[in-house]
Design a protein around this ligand. Structure first.
Ligand SMILES: [Zn+2]
Length: 431
């Protein structure tokens, strides 16, 4: 490159940097092996960053210039024991994102950037390596994952859905309910929600279940409002997956409780015992389908009884249907009709944010309670017990009762000392 070119490109780069004031961290992930813990931030533009190390307590500080954070980092530290906590701050007026890694063990680190490649964009990678073998052993933990709920607000964009007597569109009633539900689920420990559509745009039915599958969702809940040609019908209903002859068979399946528990974790069965055997695979997938249907049916029943406290029900029993959005064999899926937009009284109610909030509350409560009693076996909920501190209990008494060490108990709860308060919920680590 000659000097003129170099100067020119420096000027261009300068211009680019000036115009590029709004960088964003769009996602972050963490992986841990015995050798190192790798933290990767994916950004919309090339990161301009500095790092520093602070002691007592031991911290690694990463400052990324002109950047905002568009993702959550809180849960990431759960996947390694090397880092105790990941915190962020955005010092006022500086437009700078500060990420602080509170270290649990002595370690060395390096940070570097990677350019876009394939589908992934600009990345900032931080590799942290344990400096002792004790730390190396400690850093690999099998993290319990969050249970993922995909929330699908019906219709959107060019497809308004049904239209109420006052002229309001179904797509605009279901979206705020979906958003409130997401916020409530995200605020529940052990759960994470994804919105299939987060604004007023069109998503095809196939894309909806595909997106849920890509998010590794445990449940797809579709939110709609009903309509009819006359104004009288009203009330909510809940629809579950149906595959043709399903209704009777589902009834039979529901009677066989023991079959259900056998079939949980069906994915593992497929991968471990049926490789190369197509017939067996097909049979297992069929069973999984019916298992999912039965699960949907149970959850649908819970939603209806919760709704019953504050809204009319159009159908008192879960309804079976063969709707495209529900046809996802490896996913528990439900479609909730929150009421009739064609009924003037109900339309008015559905428009009110108080009622939308009640609907979102009822859905959050039933969905999270359902998974709390049936947690997928690799989830954080399945791996975690909790204990509510009552009067007179000390940390060491609780540790002894559950057969865990005081250190493990303190670490699981990020406690710096032995002080606990009555009513506090403690996580009891699995031993
Ligand atoms: Zn609809």
């Amino acid at each position: 490159m000659n000097r003129l070119l170099r100067t020119l490109s420096l000027i261009l780069l300068g211009l680019f940097t000036v115009s590029a004031w709004a960088n964003q961290v769009n996602s972050a992930r963490l992986s841990a092996t015995a050798e190192k813990t790798r933290l990767v931030f994916e950004l919309s533009q090339k990161p301009n960053f500095t790092t520093s190390r602070l002691s007592s307590p031991d911290r690694i500080v990463i400052d990324i210039k002109n950047t905002t954070l568009k993702t959550k980092l809180e849960g990431l530290a759960k996947q390694t024991k090397l880092i105790e906590r990941i915190r962020t701050s955005q010092p006022a007026g500086k437009g700078q994102l500060r990420v602080v890694l509170d270290m649990a063990y002595p370690s060395s680190y390096k940070a570097f950037k990677l350019g876009p490649s394939g589908k992934v964009g600009h990345r900032l990678v931080v590799d942290v390596s344990p400096s002792s073998s004790k730390a190396a052993k400690a850093q690999v933990v099998k993290p319990g994952r969050d249970i993922v709920i995909a929330i699908d607000a019906g219709h959107g964009g060019k497809d308004p859905g049904s239209i109420g007597p006052s002229g309001i569109y179904e797509k605009n009633i279901v979206l705020p309910i979906a958003k409130q539900l997401k916020a409530k689920i995200d605020a529940t420990k052990g759960f994470r929600a994804v919105l299939i559509r987060s604004g007023d745009y069109f998503v095809s039915l196939n894309q909806r279940s595909e997106q849920a599958r890509q998010a590794d969702a445990d449940l797809l809940v579709s939110i709609h409002a009903d309509a009819f040609s006359s104004p009288q019908p009203r009330g909510a209903s809940v629809w579950v997956l149906s595959l043709g002859r399903a209704n009777n068979e589902m009834g039979r399946w529901l009677e066989k409780d023991d079959k259900l528990s056998e079939l949980r974790g069906i994915g593992e069965v497929i991968s471990e015992s049926s490789q190369g055997d197509e017939d067996l695979q097909r049979t297992i997938v069929d069973l999984a389908r019916q298992n999912n249907m039965a699960e949907s049916h149970t959850l649908a029943g819970h939603i209806l009884s919760e709704f019953n406290g504050f809204t009319k029900l159009h159908k008192k029993q879960p309804q079976a249907a063969s709707l495209a959005v529900l046809k996802s064999p490896d996913l528990v899926s439900l479609l909730v009709e929150v009421g009739f937009i064609s009924n003037p009284k109900e339309e008015k109610m559905l428009r009110s944010s108080a009622h939308q909030n009640r609907l979102a509350n009822a859905l959050q409560k039933t969905i999270t309670n359902y998974f709390k009693s049936n947690p997928p076996r690799d989830s954080w909920l399945a791996q975690t017990r909790t204990h509510k501190v009552s009067s007179g209990e000390s940390l060491s008494v609780i540790a002894r009762r559950y057969g865990v060490t005081l250190t493990a108990l303190k670490q699981a709860n990020h406690l710096k000392n032995n002080t606990i308060r009555i009513g506090q919920n403690l996580v009891i680590p699995r031993v």
